[in-house]
Design a protein around this ligand. Structure first.
Ligand SMILES: [Zn+2]
Length: 256
């Protein structure tokens, strides 16, 4: 039975991953999520039902558009697969519970941000508001109205911390060091992960971003150092969510 559920969650993840691809590409451009329906960006060929099956369509068509044979970016099936794995892991870790639904909404938001912020350097407000409200409602269902004050504290502490870092960064680099979206993102991190782990995600994101940025800089060799921080924050939060790491473990690890 366990395996059955794992597979079901994995398949749901594939399907949702395919949808999040669309959301991540279209929402920052204020494009409709439904119209036009999925099509080849090269020849505008409308995708039929057999071309919309996550991962499998890509494999069956050899990674090419059925109509014009243009190459489809490998990113799409990899992202779908990744979302499938994340959904299955969340089921495995949380079991069927309200916490599991909170984790699914949170992870979905992180996955969409990874795309939209990486492509356009935009974290859509609509996404933050929608997911934030949904998570808050789920949290109230579990903990009642009493959780509002501690949740508010959890949201505001990492928000102010990153705002402070941004202001310092702006002064040091004499330009905008971080987007407003990254700072607003802290409100939702705090809501789900608590303020301590949210602060830790900032440190973890910086550690992930540093080597990646250096490598990307070498490849692209552009002098435009404007780089999105949101995808790294999101990856860091996803790691913390899936490992369910707590602050005591981190402090212990760091030798405190
Ligand atoms: Zn085509």
């Amino acid at each position: 039975m366990e395996l059955y559920y794992l597979i079901v969650f994995f398949i749901f993840g594939l399907i949702f991953g395919s949808f999040y691809n669309v959301v991540g590409y279209r929402l920052p451009n204020n494009m409709s999520l439904i119209n036009p329906s999925s099509h080849c960006p090269k020849c505008n060929h409308k995708l039929g039902p057999f071309e919309l099956i996550p991962v499998f369509s890509y494999l069956l068509q050899g990674g090419k558009c059925k109509n014009c044979k243009a190459k489809i970016a490998i990113f799409y099936p990899i992202f779908e697969l990744f979302t499938g794995i994340v959904f299955a892991l969340i089921y495995k870790i949380f079991g069927i519970s309200v916490e599991m639904f909170i984790a699914l909404v949170f992870a979905s938001m992180l996955l969409i941000i990874m795309i939209s912020d990486f492509l356009y350097m935009i974290i859509p407000d609509e996404l933050l508001i929608f997911c934030g409200l949904l998570i808050l409602i789920l949290k109230i269902i579990v903990g009642g109205i009493d959780i509002l004050l501690p949740t508010f504290m959890n949201m505001i502490i990492p928000f102010i911390a990153l705002l402070f870092i941004k202001l310092l960064g702006d002064k040091a680099f004499k330009r905008e060091s971080m987007g407003g979206g990254d700072i607003k993102l802290m409100l939702i991190f705090g809501m789900v992960l608590g303020w301590q782990i949210s602060l830790f995600t900032i440190v973890l994101a910086a550690f992930i971003a540093l080597p990646v940025t250096l490598i990307l800089d070498k490849i692209k060799s552009n002098n435009n150092h404007e780089l999105p921080f949101g995808p790294y924050l999101s990856l860091a939060a996803l790691i913390c969510l899936l490992t369910r790491v707590d602050i005591m473990t981190i402090l212990h690890f760091l030798g405190f």
